[in-house]
Design a protein around this ligand. Structure first.
Ligand code: ADP
Ligand code: MG
Length: 266
């Protein structure tokens, strides 16, 4: 597998008035094509900042990001972000229309867009809801539709920022299974941000540990799929991740404290 994304020494500092806050500092890592990577760490440790830099929404102060050999300078359809918020779709368009709309704006989309939209809705298990409006759907269904829309423009990288954070535990489990199926079927590369260790372990093959704006390390996850939570190998891996997180993040998990510390460290 070749490197798809290379993040080299990036730093992002936010300036609000006189105050400077470090979002992330000296981050380097790479992602291979087809990998499913998660980024984990307490609130305020820079997870969203990292994704926003990769998406091109934020300009970095230092370092560079390249995707498939091209420098990331601004947003583009080869990186698609799915957020936690459940209102990412146009409320006046049906699910199918939402997806067709996204494909229309991306030049490379050709052929029968309606049929393609139906294919992506089927992929996420929403084939029976193509003519529904977003307001007629549950939270989990809206997130499925957002994923279908993201995939429909065939991005090289799917960036997911705590996408299932507002869903109940049961809905999360079923949506995880759907996402894994879609990942395996499409071969899309995923960077998934979460603060939930079990979610990171269930889904990804590599877990990046963040603390106070820094990448503290990563753990490869070789647990066999589908990942069963009640086997001892899972419990001991969870303990390893949890110990590492605790070691790195300490007992401070207040957003304000971590921001203040990061500011001092910069
Ligand atoms: P996470 O997603 O891990 O919760 P963020 O990336 O949102 O963390 O935030 C990292 C740090 O950067 C925090 O200290 C946060 O307060 C700060 N930060 C994030 N966005 C902004 C912004 N737009 N302006 C100023 N500070 C910000
Ligand atoms: Mg965040």
């Amino acid at each position: 597998m070749s490197e798809l994304l290379t993040v080299s020494n990036i730093t992002k500092v936010y300036e609000s008035g006189k105050r400077k806050v470090v979002g992330i500092q000296d981050i380097s890592f790479s992602v291979k094509k087809g990998e499913f990577i998660s980024v984990i760490g307490p609130s305020g440790c820079g997870k969203s900042t990292l994704l926003r830099c990769i998406a091109g929404f934020e300009k970095t102060n230092k370092g560079s990001i390249s995707l498939d050999g091209e420098k990331v300078k601004k947003p583009g359809p080869n990186r698609f972000m799915v957020f936690q918020g459940l209102d990412q779709l146009f409320p006046w368009l049906t699910l199918k229309e939402n997806i067709v709309f996204a494909m229309k704006v991306v030049e490379k989309s050709q052929g029968n867009l309606e049929r393609k939209a139906e294919y992506y809705l089927e992929l996420v298990g929403l084939e029976g809801f193509r003519d529904f409006y977003p307001y007629q759907l549950s939270g989990g269904m809206k997130q499925r539709a957002s994923i279908a829309r993201a995939l429909s423009v065939r991005p090289k990288l799917l960036l997911m920022d705590e996408p299932f954070g507002s869903l109940d535990a049961f809905t999360r489990r079923t949506i995880h299974q759907m996402l894994l199926k879609v990942w395996q079927k499409t071969g899309v590369t995923i960077i998934f941000v979460t603060h939930d260790m079990e979610e990171a372990i269930d889904l990804s093959d590599k877990i990046l540990i963040f603390s106070k704006g820094r990448l503290k390390g990563f753990i490869e996850n070789h647990l066999p799929r589908p990942r069963e939570r009640n086997i001892s190998a899972y419990r001991s891996f969870l303990l390893r991740v949890s110990n590492l997180l605790e070691e790195e993040t300490g007992s401070l998990d207040s957003e304000e404290l971590s921001a203040a510390e990061a500011t001092l460290a910069f």
